[in-house]
Ligand binder design. Structure first.
Ligand code: HEM
Length: 417
């Protein structure tokens, strides 16, 4: 028997989404008392879904594809065109393997080492300053680490510009007007820069180590045996660099969590791996980053009796799922210990996508993210001490992506040991 999907009244809700931000899907769920809701977004019919089973459906590639999902304004700023995010089937799996081949244990150890060194280098500078904006510094540190690790040369004079460009692409996601234009300008500039590097690498005028993203992506052959065109190669190299810089937001939320929950500090300082792992998992659950994900129905089908029509945009409630009462007890409390008991379902905890890294679109950088969050936390809690002056640490639940208003200012930085 066919059931009717509860339907939002009215015209296109794109503006409602921008006005409600991270709470858009949760609000619709509450209004309709349903985990599946039909609405209109981006000028088309869309179905919103939430919950563990919904995530399982969303990652079933028999039913969904990604080609054509990202709107033009997102491809022009955040993602770039012809990148892995919008590929399907054999082409996607082949390209995805290229990204995952970068993530060997040795290479992960390397980026961890590089990142700790880059944090350490900041200390003498910070000691001289009256105030340090942690968010800006985190993006700077992570931009240096990302480029060094990926085999992309970065002159001291250009760090500020390149870090800001990656930051602007990320910041453009839910932005309209100037924020979106800034993201586009940043992408144009970064793509031009990286395309120049790809050309030099291919001409053997620049020779990064063979295990780096710069080398591997420059010489990658697609599923049809052809090299990526220089533009696509640049887009994919940026798909490695930019999200490493994005970890800066989680670093700031980690610092905020330590500040708001000082009782966690002794445990973090004890450096027990299990505690810091639980802590960063709770950061990825508790704080908002990815609001939702989209896919398009390949065919007409029914799920739990609800009809899905071919071509319909379906949105998964990523942020809302991190705060569902059927998945987390006391979902709105910050409790790292909850991860002690956690069973690790690939569809219940999806801050960076769900399912399988190889078979689906789940984030290729999840291991780097967790690792660099731990490294950064270790630096902030064990290697330095600092003061957190009065400031506005609140973060908007409407702005996507969000960040504390003050960008987390610290002062009186001292080396701890
Ligand atoms: C995909 C989040 C860090 C590389 C994704 C997806 C999300 C995500 C939500 C989409 C999953 C889907 O479409 O189903 C994040 C967040 C990060 C982060 C919040 C940290 C702040 C990284 C890092 C890298 C990376 C460090 C690489 C070094 C990628 C790539 C994809 C992806 C290549 C595309 C995968 C595909 O389409 O198959 N990420 N990510 N991400 N991420 Fe991340």
């Amino acid at each position: 028997s066919t059931r009717q999907i509860p339907k939002e009244k009215g015209l296109d809700q794109s503006l409602t989404l921008l006005n409600e931000g991270y709470q858009y899907i949760s609000n619709r769920r509450r209004n309709q008392q349903s985990d599946i809701i039909q609405t209109r977004l981006l000028g088309q019919k869309a179905i919103l879904i939430s919950g563990e089973e919904a995530a399982q459906l969303f990652y079933d590639e028999r039913y969904f594809k990604r080609k054509g999902v990202a709107p033009r304004r997102i491809k022009k700023s955040l993602f770039g065109e012809h990148g892995v995010q919008g590929l399907d089937d054999a082409e996607h799996k082949h390209r995805k393997l290229m990204f995952l081949s970068l993530m060997t244990p040795e290479r992960l150890e390397e980026i961890k080492k590089i990142t700790m060194q880059q944090w350490e280098k900041k200390v003498p500078e910070w000691k001289r300053e009256d105030r340090v904006v942690l968010f800006d510094e985190a993006e700077d540190v992570l931009c240096r680490s990302a480029c060094e690790w990926a085999g992309i040369p970065l002159q001291e004079e250009e760090v500020e510009q390149r870090a800001r460009e990656f930051g602007d692409m990320i910041d453009a996601f839910g932005g309209v007007g100037e924020r979106n234009r800034k993201g586009k300008r940043a992408r144009d500039s970064a793509e031009k820069w990286i395309q120049g590097i790809v050309k030099q690498i291919r001409a053997k005028k620049m020779n990064p180590p063979e295990n780096t993203a710069a080398y591997i992506i420059s010489f990658h052959r697609d599923h049809n045996g052809k090299r990526l065109d220089t533009h696509t190669a640049a887009v994919e190299i940026i798909n490695v660099l930019r999200p490493i810089v994005a970890i800066g937001r989680y670093v700031v939320f980690s610092a905020l969590a330590v500040h708001d929950h000082p009782e966690t500090l002794p445990e973090l300082r004890a450096g027990e791996d299990t505690y810091t792992t639980m802590f960063v998992q709770e950061i990825r659950r508790y704080y908002p980053f990815t609001p939702l994900l989209g896919a398009i129905a390949r065919e007409d089908f029914h799920w739990k009796g609800y009809p899905f029509k071919k071509g319909t945009l379906v949105m998964l409630d990523v942020h809302g799922m991190n705060h569902r009462a059927d998945l987390w007890d006391e979902p709105d409390a910050f409790k790292p210990e909850r991860f002690k008991e956690w069973k690790g379902s690939p569809f219940a905890f999806v801050p960076q996508g769900g399912g399988d890294h190889y078979m689906g679109h789940r984030c290729a950088g999840e291991w780097i993210t967790v690792m660099l969050m731990q490294t950064s936390l270790e630096f902030l809690t064990n290697h330095i001490t600092y003061d957190v002056p009065e400031q506005d640490l609140s973060y908007s639940m409407v702005r996507m992506p969000t960040i504390p208003e003050s960008r987390f200012v610290i002062r009186d930085v001292e080396k701890r040991r």
